[in-house]
Design a binder for this molecule. Sequence first.
Ligand SMILES: [Zn+2]
Length: 208
Amino acid sequence: MSVLPKSVENVINEFSKLPGVGPKSAARMTYHFLRSPNKDATRLGEALMDMDSKTKFCNSCFNVTDKDICDICSSPSRDHSTICIVEEPLDVVAFENSAVFNGLYFVLGGVISPAEGVTASELRFDELGKRVISTINESVKKIELIVATNPSLEGEATASYIQDMFSKYIKEGKIHVSRLAMGLPTGADLEYADRLTLKKALEGRRDI
Ligand SMILES: [Zn+2]
């Protein structure tokens, strides 16, 4: 027999699935909501359900949006011949907040990581291939891909994979692939980089 009601256990269980949250923190968060007199739990639940029902991934860049094609992809004032490839939607937020980039994005959904069991097939490489090739077909300009995965071993391996994917087009001069400069310390997380660091990393991007 459990000491806690099933409904409370369920909440602890859900909180403990969050990144960086262990069972103790999950229990503490749950008790916070249990004690809260202001219907905080109801508001949190409603906010989560609202987000769940109203958001989706952009059909073109896979950033989080409430439209089929997000505002960035559909903006005529952005440079459609430059695509910045990032790991997660929060990386797009970091670039947009720093206002240092005026091209488009592509959200891969992670990096290749054999240690964590993430293979290429679990990331959006097929979608990236389709997107880039359709951009080549539409555009007379050379396409630049800026690989902005985090400066980790996995980030580097993912950058090499992308380069191999497009090697034919790179040789034909249709695509140029670059990688963010290492102004970012190895192991750093792009989403926490400040504006100046991101600007330098972007300006100093190098060929791969
Ligand atoms: Zn988009």
